[in-house]
Design a protein around this ligand. Structure first.
Ligand SMILES: CC(C)(COP(=O)(O)OP(=O)(O)OC[C@H]1O[C@@H](n2cnc3c(N)ncnc32)[C@H](O)[C@@H]1OP(=O)(O)O)[C@@H](O)C(=O)NCCC(=O)NCCS
Length: 129
């Protein structure tokens, strides 16, 4: 199976979540692990839009949490495929928090992740270059 080239914008995924009590740490802010879980899903969905195949997370680059996202605030995640290598796919993510009452957004973090598309036999899938 060979994957067809696509435009980056075709892979765009916009995910919105509400921070509920079960998502928070003891300071009442969104737990980093929960945010990474949502980022992983958004990135995987962007990759699957790109390559129309199941993908696995190969690696995650540095994630630094610039601003905490508070309980009751909204999380916005944008994921887009930025580059396809031979069998691996790079995704860029931007994350914002939003106060839904005061209606302002603030940046939380951004990150790159790498995914690999697998065929039904679990083998990585090459692209047509
Ligand atoms: C990622 C995985 C498919 C790579 O398989 P592999 O047999 O090592 O395959 P290859 O060595 O041919 O690498 C395939 C591609 O993945 C890339 N890759 C492998 N490990 C990587 C890593 N740690 N970071 C970034 N890219 C990686 C390779 O560079 C290669 O990319 P390219 O073909 O575009 O050059 C395999 O290691 C795997 O299944 N890992 C577990 C994935 C998983 O369970 N993720 C959930 C998180 S727990």
């Amino acid at each position: 199976m060979t994957l067809m080239p696509k435009k980056a914008h075709e892979s765009l995924v916009q995910m919105t979540e509400l921070v509920l009590p079960n998502d928070t740490n003891t300071f009442g802010n969104l737990m980093g692990g929960r945010l990474m879980y949502w980022m992983d899903i958004a990135a995987a969905l962007a990759c699957m839009k790109h390559c129309a195949a199941p993908v696995v997370t190969a690696s995650v680059d540095n994630i630094s949490f610039e601003n905490p996202i508070k309980l009751g605030n909204v999380v916005h995640i944008e994921a887009i495929v930025t580059r396809a290598f031979t069998t691996s796919i790079e995704v860029h993510m931007k994350v914002w928090g939003e106060d839904p009452v005061l209606q302002y957004r603030y940046k939380s973090n951004e990150a790159f992740m790498t995914f690999v598309a697998l065929d039904p036999n679990g083998k990585s899938v090459p692209y047509r270059r």
